[in-house]
Write a protein that binds this ligand. Structure first.
Ligand code: GLA
Length: 588
């Protein structure tokens, strides 16, 4: 059987020096019917390896559930990598960062404040053991030593940026080895002496993450690890976008030059990202380095392969660089055809208030609960209470992360964590106060990993603390039959009528099965979009993204359905599909 080992200066594949030229492609950010196409385009660029994280909470959305089917079928993904003749690197965390909700750590695990986060704590380790029991058999049986594609597994992620608990790292190593992982175990850390020192142990082979100045960064890694292959585990050839900020781009020529410098040193590389994909549904994470910044739905990343699978100038530039170091196939992928352009009238309108019976069950509380206390790990939650004319103002300890405030259904304003606003004046009248709370994504980096979501009390007014609440977690992960039935029965609205939210709108449009679409979101405020019942994700006029990518496999021939939940208001009850993506304006 083949072997893959750490040599004195190189990785050794069957005993011979081997330069890993890898690209990151997260199966959980790509429609499963497109996995093969994206992997093939990686091989055609000259890559010999595909790297993927594993997002624990994607497989385990609830305590006691573990899913490996359809979009979660990691075994099938790895088999497709093997079928392309490529190797795989798997990074199963348990923490992955990755601009993913909570960095992959499940909300249901960390809701218990007794459970440790990213340290040697028995309850935390017991949960990881169970996760590994469910996941690692499929990785172990696909190791290169057993005839499969997997050449290495990474433990934790940039741990030196968070902690220094070596017992924790050693427990993770032992749990991997006990479950049959025999290929090299790696760590990755930023190009920072303190982080490199804290983030690894001698049983792990160290790698480094950076986006430029390859020689300087690899020299730093060398100081912490005198022998063995040099590897940049994340060569940041682009960057992620946050709502309300500009769209990030990284020039292809600069990336190509840095890649050339790195490969010329004989180092191995994993391009982060080769293909970014999409944060579908409620899967995007957030950063909070003093200001909370949620991640956009698009995870295009300005990567060589665009979000919709098109090769870019960067793909060509990198292919040319790689061809100086490794054989590159002659074949070039075809450009995708422009997507259909059409306008769709949304002819059904259902106010959110009328849809509530289909979305969740209200429960009474004698204090203000977090959404973690409700066992509701993502998305939207409706909080209700009664106020009097004397209350006059509402102030919360914290809002995680954004709430639409209304009195008897009339909009009062918005509380936003990003804007550090947690106090709002109320009209001087009695009525039902509602806060439609949006969890905009769990923080995926830094000390706020693991914090609870929801409204954080106490909730005070000018005269008292509000303690009697009725709270409804909303099921919005798919257009469920009960919601579909209410939409069927909703009154028709005239084409183009302005939309007052929060309300659902629905329309139908013709398509060819399998054709990619790009839904323009300009003219709309903030909300969610489903196509044929699948939650594409969030849109927001704050930008930068102005289109949502609709993967072709979601479309069928004949009638297709689009449902929008608009929170604020829209110019007109219609949506448009565009020929290509519009990811917003960039700084350069
Ligand atoms: C770090 C993390 C990745 C990702 C990138 C930024 O390198 O390891 O998971 O968050 O930053 O995209």
């Amino acid at each position: 059987m083949p072997t893959f080992e750490i040599g004195d200066v190189d990785f050794l594949l069957d005993g011979r020096p081997h330069q890993v030229i890898s690209g990151a492609l997260h199966y959980f950010r790509v429609h499963p019917e497109q996995w093969a196409d994206r992997i093939r385009k990686a091989r055609l660029m000259g890559l010999n390896t595909i790297e993927t994280y594993v997002a624990w909470n994607f497989h385990a959305p609830e305590r006691g559930r573990f899913d490996l089917d359809g979009p979660r079928d990691l075994g099938r993904f790895l088999d497709l990598v093997a079928a392309e003749g490529m190797h795989a690197i798997v990074r199963p965390g348990p923490y992955i960062c990755a601009e993913w909700d909570g960095g992959g750590l499940p909300g249901w695990l960390l809701a218990d404040p007794e459970v440790g986060v990213r340290r040697h704590e028995p309850r935390y380790l017991a949960a990881i053991a169970q996760y590994y029991d469910q996941l690692l058999p499929l990785v172990a049986e696909r190791q290169v030593t057993r005839g499969g594609p997997v050449i290495a597994v990474q433990v934790e992620n940039e741990y030196g940026a968070y902690g220094d608990d070596q017992d924790y790292l050693r427990a993770l190593i032992a749990m991997n080895r006990e479950r049959g992982i025999e290929v090299p175990l790696l760590s990755c850390d930023q190009a920072d002496d303190a982080m490199q020192a804290r983030g690894s142990v001698p049983e792990l082979h160290r790698t480094v993450t950076f986006g430029s100045r390859a020689k300087e960064r690899l020299d730093l890694l060398r100081r912490h690890q005198p022998t063995g292959p040099l590897m940049c585990m994340e060569f940041w050839n682009g960057w992620f976008d946050s709502w309300g900020q500009h769209h990030h781009v990284a020039p292809a020529e600069t990336n190509a030059q840095d890649l050339d410098d790195l490969l010329a040193m004989g180092a191995s590389v994993n391009l982060y990202m080769f293909h970014g994909g999409t944060n579908f549904g409620f899967t995007g994470g957030a950063n909070d380095k003093g200001t909370y910044l949620p991640i956009t739905t698009s995870y295009d990343y300005d990567a060589p392969l665009a979000e919709h699978g098109a090769v870019t100038a960067k793909w060509h530039a990198m292919r040319e660089v790689i061809s100086r170091y490794a054989p590159v196939p002659d074949e070039l992928p075809a450009d995708p055809a422009p997507a259909p352009e059409l306008t769709v009238d949304l002819d059904r309108r259902l106010p959110l208030a009328d849809a509530l019976p289909a979305l969740g069950e209200p429960a009474a509380w004698d204090h203000l609960p977090t959404t973690d206390e409700l066992g509701h790990w993502t998305g939207f939650t409706l909080y209700r209470t009664e106020v009097t004319a004397e209350d006059r103002v509402l102030t919360l300890a914290e809002v995680r992360d954004r709430a639409l405030v209304a009195l008897d259904g009339e909009p009062v304003g918005v509380l936003s964590r990003t804007e550090h606003s947690r106090t709002i004046a109320l009209p001087a009248r009695a009525g039902e106060l509602t806060l439609l709370l949006e969890d905009q994504g769990r923080v995926n980096y830094g000390p706020r990993i693991g914090e609870a979501k929801g409204l954080i009390g106490p909730a005070r007014t000018a005269t008292r603390e509000l303690t009697d609440w009725t709270v409804t977690p909303l099921r919005l992960d798919a257009v469920e039959p009960a919601l579909a039935a209410l939409l069927d029965a909703a009154p028709a609205v005239a084409a183009g009528t302005p939309v007052a939210g929060p309300a659902f709108l629905r329309g139908t449009f013709p398509a060819d099965a399998g054709a990619d679409h790009f839904l323009r979101t300009d003219g709309w405020g903030k909300g969610l979009v489903w196509v044929n019942g699948f939650l594409l994700g969030r849109y927001w006029s704050a930008g930068p993204t102005a289109t949502l990518y609709v993967p072709g496999p979601l479309l069928r021939s004949g009638d297709n359905e689009v449902v929008v939940l608009e929170l604020h208001g829209a110019e007109g009850a219609r949506v448009a599909f565009a020929a290509g993506p519009d990811l917003g304006s960039s700084e350069v």
